[in-house]
Design a protein around this ligand. Sequence first.
Ligand SMILES: Cc1cc2nc3c(=O)[nH]c(=O)nc-3n(C[C@H](O)[C@H](O)[C@H](O)COP(=O)(O)O)c2cc1C
Length: 182
Amino acid sequence: MSIVAIVASPRKKGNTNKIIEAMAEGAKKNGKDVKIYHLNALTNAKGCQACMACKTSVGCAVKDDNGEILKAIRDCEGLILSTPNYFGEASGQFRLLQDRFYSFIGADFVPNIEPKKLVVVVSCGGPAAGGDALADKIEGSMVKYFKFEPIARMVIPNATPIDTVANDPEILEKAAAIGKKF
Ligand SMILES: Cc1cc2nc3c(=O)[nH]c(=O)nc-3n(C[C@H](O)[C@H](O)[C@H](O)COP(=O)(O)O)c2cc1C
């Protein structure tokens, strides 16, 4: 898969998912393959077990659904990370996967994954500032620890109604245009 997209909202018809679908369509128009993972649909997904196996050999030793996603990310050329803002943080589903990114750095904290193009998407019920702060945090760690290369970001404010994005063609167009950047 050339592009891996992570949807961390439990609402399969919600705002972040709508954005990811539009972004994926844009990327596909640009000739990319896109694989979308709905974290809430995973039935066997653990967080980091702090076993430190990734500090003596490359990759995560935990064999579960998140482990498969880690492998897909390793092989992809571009990554889209999307989450709703929950109490100023990413969703729990997102955090389980995010801690597993620890396996992308060795004992020396040097990344053992090729840098990927990155887009972060955050949807929030409140104003954009909260979403931007969360996007900063997610993007910041992907840059600091893994040297990923942000190419764009989307923060959607006032998006508690499930269909805010679905009813906003301008947002969907922007998402598709970002998808074409991959
Ligand atoms: C548990 C929970 C906590 C939330 N906390 C915040 C918050 O701290 N700030 C905020 O702006 N929105 C908050 N929201 C609103 C969601 O971020 C918002 O509805 C988001 O757009 C949902 O995205 P989705 O449609 O993709 O599920 C919260 C919603 C839930 C369910």
